[in-house]
Design a protein around this ligand. Sequence first.
Ligand SMILES: [Zn+2]
Length: 127
Amino acid sequence: MSFGIFDIASRAKAHAKTEAARARATVAKSAAEGAQSSVAALEKRVDKLALISMALWSLLSEKCAVSEEDLAERMKQLDAMDGSTDGKLKGQGAPCPQCGRAMSTRHAKCLFCGAERTEITPFDDVV
Ligand SMILES: [Zn+2]
């Protein structure tokens, strides 16, 4: 059995395709691992937020005369604070003391000028 020049070229092409597929699989695996890590971080944040919410509600309902209707109304008010009643908070904190732009509650410094954020709350890493 002999191999002609076309057989060798065909095998080389098939080998190159296989290597390219392996490279794409490696990239896809890395992206999937990154996504899993992001989901785990989000789950951690959601768990912390749920714990904070439950603790606050427990204290309020136990120590104050606050009804679930009051809670629902306050949720609507807070939802509307970012300009949209979509059931989400946008994570905008107080304005930057240096440049006046809205500061993200997820960062310790202003993304525009680098000024340190001075207003710290328990919700900073969850909202
Ligand atoms: Zn700033």
